[in-house]
Design a protein around this ligand. Sequence first.
Ligand code: AMP
Length: 420
Amino acid sequence: MPELRNPPGTFDVLPSQSSEWQEVLTAFASTVSRAGYGLILTPTFEDVAVFSRIGDTTDVVRKEMYDFVDKGGRHVALRPEVTASVARAFIQHRPATPWKAWYAASNFRFERPQAGRFREFHQVGIEAFGSPDPDLDVEVIALGWEYFASLGIDSVDLLVNSLGDQACRPAYREKLVEHLSARREELCDEHRDRIEANPLRVLDCKREPCRAVSAAAPRQVDNLCADCEAHLHRVEAGLKALSVPFRIDPHLVRGLDYYTRTTFEYAGLSLDSSQNALGGGGRYDGLVAAMGGPDTPAVGFAIGVERTLLALQAGSGSGADAERLDAFVVDFAGGDAARDISARLRAGGFRVDRAFDSRSAKSQFKSADRSGARFALVVGPDEFAAGTVGVKDLSGGVQEPILLADLDSELRRRLDRRTP
Ligand code: AMP
């Protein structure tokens, strides 16, 4: 029988590798919940219309969606992004606004797998519905910035742009189509035929021929109506007031069609330039109405967890230490102590593991070393008879006896002394 393996573009995260995952998810929850965002969970699959409404011209919808007809005859799709699902939930449940939600979820896109690009990948993100206030854009952008800072990832370039709105984008779009059409032959194969369908995407193309044409293209920031210009200025002023460094990038367009006004991206400077987008977002005032809901402005972002982990590993920001075991119980006096001590310490908030199967002291010490625990708690027949526990620092040091009755406080004292 051929060996069963995970599908291409997916991966396993084993317990020995998952402490950083826990760290990035916990840090996110802590950052955004302090600003009033509440966790939302939505289904992994939805009616395909939930996603096709976000724009038929995007690659995500046109080419990359995992969609299929289920056994009940429904055309469904695994979610390629979370925003559309959150908007669907908003429209369905009609919560009072402003409504702030955060998520941590996996997405599915049939892309060519490569470093930092998977077919199932994970995002954390926030969405705020119900306010057109540019200060909400500032809050959202700053929260993403604060999140990276909380992880110790400081090599992040924040790019901001404005895509205008229904008042000024159509005229700009026409100008852009005119410019691109005049130089159609110079564009890359993919974009030569898609000028009319989605001219903004050409600006985002990383291929040399398109870049040369884009460099000379008219810029939306130079063609904003008065309201969009005022909005952008307020966002810039807010970010400056909060000391969030950014730069305006007139070529920044997001992959999805529903963005209006503010758009932004966090680029990881330590990542390979083709995969350096850690995350991004913007204002999507048109989405809820386009999906059949009431006219509702909204703003949010999505951050790629795998990319964030790459940035964390590339820099000095790894804090996996927080997940280390405090102690490993080595009991070669029958096993009662291992059972009772590990239960008692866990109840007291310590992180504790132990050996099973009545193994030899030597084999248990080997497991203790491999576990990465800070201390071994040793109970042999002598300690057991005397009501003591031997405490041994596993990074080196002698074993010292302490009274079983004092174990919790003694362990706490030693851990505090050793931290981190
Ligand atoms: P998007 O929803 O396309 O704007 O993507 C937001 C973020 O999700 C990107 O900046 C990446 O960090 C991450 N991302 C998007 N697609 C993938 C993928 N196929 N594999 C890994 N991360 C991805």
